[in-house]
Structure formats: C-alpha cells, structure tokens
Write a protein that binds this ligand. Structure first.
Ligand code: CMC
Length: 434
C-alpha cells in the first residue's frame, strides 16, 4: 500500500502539496496552505448542507447507509431494541457501556426522581393557546427550563452535567405530556415513580379519574422500543444544532431547545406527522398510483421516504413494521397500515425510487402506531424528541469533552457587493428624520 497522503497540484501556481489522510478524511484546515501568493487567504472547501464534511470525531453511533446498518456504541440496533429498555439504552449512548445492575439502579432512580416540573413551569405551559402545537410548547419550555436551573451554566463541571442530564431525560416526557393535556383541556398528571419510563409517560398522558394508572404492557413495551429506535442517529440536523449551540457554551436547556426546534421541521422529525396527513390524503389504495405520479412530477414528496445517509432500507423502519403487529393486537388494526404497505410496495418497484435509492425511513410506519395508540398527530414529533433527548445529550457532552472542538463557526463564500461609498442625498436624509 502507498502512503496515506493526498498530493494536490495547484494548477494556478504549479505547486504540489502533500496532505495527510487520517480515517479516510483530509483535514480541511490543511487546504489553507494552498495559496497563490502570501496575501491569499488560502483554499477553502465548499459544502452546503454538509454533504461530504465530517464535523466531528464521534464514538456514539455508526451508520452504514449503503448496508442499512445502525449501531449504538457498536451494538446493532436490532439487539439493543430486543435486549435493553430505553433507560439502559440512554445510559449506553451517554456513557459508552451497558450499565451494571448497580449503575442502572442509580441511573434510573435519579432520572425517575427528576421527572417533576416546577409549578411555575406548569403555569408557563398554561399560558399557551389551547391549539398550540405541542412541539412549539416543548421547544419553548425546554428553553424556559434554563431560567430555573441556572447552575446548568457550569458546563465544564462533570457533576453539574450529570445533574442536567438526569433532569432533562426525566422532564422531557413530563413536559410532553403536559403539552398534550393542555391541548385536550385536561389537568396535568403528576409522575408516578412506581412505573417504568414509558409506563409513567402513558400515565401522565392518559390517566383520568382512576386512582392508579395501569399501562397496557404491550403498548408500554412498544413505546419503549420506539424511544430506543429514536435515541440517536449520529450527526443529523438536530444533533448538529445541539452541538452547534452547545459549542458557544450555552447551557444544555437552551441547546436542547435548539435541537428540538431543528427536529420540528417536516424534513426531519416532523416527517412522521406529515406521513399521517399524506396517508389520509391518499385515502385508499386505489389513489396510490395517482399520488406516486405527483411525487414523480416533483409536486409533492413521498413523506417518510428517503434519507441523507441510508441508501437502503432504514433498519429502524423494519423494526417498527414488526412491532406494529404487536400494537395492533391490542388496539385493532389501523386501516392506514394497508395503504402504507401498498405504497411502499409500489414505490420500491418504481424506477424513480430505485434509481434514487429511496426507501422507507423511521418516520414511515411510526405515525401509524402512534395513531393506533391514541396519540393526536401533532404529538408525533414530540414522541421522537423524547427518545432523541438521550442522543442529543450524548452528542453535547462528547462535543464539550473533545479538545479538537471549538465554537462552531463556518466560513462563507462572499458574493455580495464590493466595498462602496454610501451616497445618501441631504434631501433624503431630511425626509427620513421628518
Ligand atoms: N419523495 C420524492 N423524492 C425524493 C424524496 C421523497 N421523499 N426524497 C428524496 N427525493 C429525491 C429528490 O427529489 C432528489 O431527486 P433528484 O435527484 O431528481 O433531484 C433525490 O431524491 C435526492 O434527494 P435529496 O433531496 O438530494 O436528498 P437529501 O439527502 O438532501 O434529503 C431527506 C434527505 C430526508 C430530507 C429527503 O429524502 C426528504 O425530504 N424525505 C421526505 C421527508 C422525510 O421523510 N424525512 C425524514 C427523514 S428520517 C428521520 C430523521 O432522521 O429525520
């Protein structure tokens, strides 16, 4: 094998440069030595939307998009979903290893005992309009938490970070449930520490007058698996937002508010909501061909299809499709599933989708399960956010501990006006001040 370097010849000057290759990557900073003369700023790389730029070194999640492989800390997602619960997965993602029994007891005790929210946070949520989107409530309330936990600014203190991690993983479901109850005009339900993470969330959502809420075990497990499947997905839009805002040393509440805001968009975590609207719009299997025609004409997107990294079946979509059957045994079959399955079948045989390697992603089937479980459509991205909270925190902490990281600050190619004199006539200036 030859040398692990790249030789670049600058045809403007005829000079050759040897640049090291590490981890199949060149460091963009090494391009800066390539100059036409000493005053030259040096060569930059241009990569809108980070199509081919690694912004960090990470040890959390690995995706092989061509093979459809997803690993959390090296473990295949199928095994994690089968053998761990969500809180074990969150620990694994944040700390790198599956917790021992003692570590798990401490971890889950601390998270369970940080599920309560301050009564003023409840008042804050009550201030939203009755029809406020729960994702808007989540984003705002996460940012508002920053005003309650001012100690969270100690981002360099490991103990303080640990406390904020307990608080955030504990409180996100409580805020999510309060947002739902608010939209229904129902009183908020306090957490029940005797229930599991997913079971308590169902309690805070659906408890009515019964003294003790008993979650259905099949639905509780299905929700827990859905949280696991959404826990992390390496450098996606919201993880990048978390890292980017966190890189300015903002506290984790503000950083997570930014991450949740990024997730809200229909091209990211908001897609599950859009899939449901799309399936309802299609309405019946007979209408699928005409919908596919509109997708191919570029009029609409096939929501829940396609991914920046996966050019194969998203392994999370496969697991969700499997657990949907277990959910439907309890809730009854969601008729939208038949439309979704047929839509997938037709799309996967169509040249348009084959050529572009467009497959179902995590959002294609999740909404159908959420609907069967009784969640209103607007809650779907919020459910995504609950699972993803652990991933955001893992990415945030890894960024803070990485000595190669600094405040995120991309460069630009400036194509605007050259420096010029501002000419404003006296008459114009007087007109403005009148
Ligand atoms: N329906 C129809 N055409 C599509 C779709 C789609 N869902 N996704 C991509 N394409 C086409 C796109 O028009 C382009 O075609 P052409 O080469 O002719 O211009 C080609 O496929 C490549 O797409 P792209 O937009 O360059 O791909 P991207 O990597 O920038 O976008 C994506 C990835 C997820 C934003 C996009 O596939 C999409 O908008 N999908 C629908 C929304 C969705 O389901 N989002 C959830 C993503 S998974 C959950 C998460 O982690 O956020």
């Amino acid at each position: 094998m030859g040398k692990n370097t790249l030789t670049i010849t600058d045809n403007r000057t005829g000079k050759a440069y040897e640049i090291p290759i590490e981890h199949e990557t060149i460091n963009a900073k090494h391009l800066r030595q390539i100059k036409v003369n000493e005053d030259d700023f040096g060569l930059m790389s241009y990569d809108p939307a980070y199509m081919n730029t690694a912004s960090c070194k990470s040890q959390i999640t690995f995706i092989d998009g061509d093979k459809g492989i997803l690993l959390y800390r090296g473990y295949p997602i199928q095994q994690v979903a089968e053998k761990l619960n969500y809180l074990q997965t969150a620990y694994l993602i944040i700390n790198g290893e599956v917790p021992t029994a003692k570590e798990y007891d401490e971890w889950s005790w601390n998270i369970t005992h940080h599920t309560m929210i301050h009564e003023n946070i409840k008042k804050f949520i009550e201030g939203f309009q009755y029809d406020a989107h729960p994702m808007g409530i989540l984003v705002s309330t996460l940012a508002a938490l920053s005003t309650f936990y001012q100690d969270a600014k100690e981002i360099k203190d490991a103990e303080s970070r640990k406390l904020q991690i307990y608080r955030l993983i504990g409180k996100v479901p409580t805020i999510a449930a309060a947002a739902y109850r608010h939209s229904m005009g129902l009183p908020y339900v306090y957490p029940d520490n005797e229930l599991s993470y997913a079971g308590n969330f169902l309690n805070m959502l659906f408890k009515m007058t019964e003294p003790k809420y008993e979650p259905n075990p099949a639905l509780e497990r299905a929700l827990d698996v859905l949280f696991i499947l959404h826990a992390d997905h390496e450098q996606n839009c919201s993880a990048s937002a978390m890292r980017s805002v966190g890189s300015s040393h903002a506290d984790p509440y503000c950083s997570m508010a930014a991450a949740a805001a990024a997730l809200y968009g229909p091209l990211h975590g908001g897609a599950n909501e859009m899939v449901l609207h799309m399936l309802k719009e299609i309405g019946s299997k007979n209408n699928i061909p005409s919908y596919i025609k509109r997708v191919k004409a570029g009029e609409v997107l096939l929501m829940g299809f396609g991914h920046r990294v996966y050019k194969n079946y998203d392994p999370r979509a496969r697991i969700i499709k499997q657990i949907s059957e277990e959910v439907f045994e309890v809730t009854g079959r969601n008729p939208l599933l038949d439309i979704a399955i047929e839509l997938e079948r037709i799309a996967l045989e169509d040249e348009y989708f084959i050529k572009r390697k467009l497959y179902p992603n995590v959002d294609f089937y999740s909404g159908i399960i959420y609907q069967a479980m009784g969640f209103p459509v607007a809650m779907y991205p919020v459910l995504f956010a609950i699972g993803r909270a652990s991933g955001w925190l893992a990415q945030w902490q890894e960024m803070l501990l990485d000595t190669e990281q600094k405040i995120a600050r991309p460069r630009q190619i400036y194509l605007g006006a050259k420096e010029r004199d501002l000419q404003v006539s006296k008459a114009k200036r007087e007109a403005v001040h009148r």
